[in-house]
Design a binder for this molecule. Structure first.
Ligand SMILES: [Zn+2]
Ligand SMILES: [Zn+2]
Length: 126
């Protein structure tokens, strides 16, 4: 599976098209929050896990996507308004962040968006 097209459909949303015919949106905020670089996501080296330390939410430009550049044929490098550009989003990562209704339902198993959280207490309320 390959990314065939990357399009900005609004200042805050990208649309990704895939070689299997799938097309879905992904908000730039989601992309930044899921930055896969070692600095944001943390890394495991020699069986020790180092937690990431992503920039604070109020860093100017954090959620402004300045550039998205395809690297090789396997990933997209995102450059952010705060200068952060270490994140390489592989096809696999990008596809897992697809926010179309079908992918959202498949991920949570119940049509509930992933950002709605997994608080069991919610189920008995209302
Ligand atoms: Zn990062
Ligand atoms: Zn999708």
């Amino acid at each position: 599976m390959n990314l065939t097209r990357l399009r900005r459909i609004s200042p805050d949303v990208l649309e990704l098209s895939w070689s299997d015919g799938h097309t879905g949106p992904c908000s730039v905020r989601t992309l930044r929050d899921n930055c896969p670089c070692a600095g944001c996501a943390g890394e495991t080296v020699l069986m020790r896990t180092y937690p990431g330390s992503p920039a604070a939410d109020d860093v100017p430009g954090k959620y402004e996507l300045a550039a998205a550049e395809v690297v090789g044929s396997y990933a997209v490098q995102m450059t952010w308004g705060d200068g952060h550009r270490e994140g390489l989003y592989t096809w696999e990562v990008l596809r897992s962040l697809c926010e179309c209704p079908a992918c959202g339902a498949a991920r949570t198993g119940g049509g509930k968006p992933s950002w709605a959280g997994g608080n069991a207490a919610d189920q008995q309320r209302g």
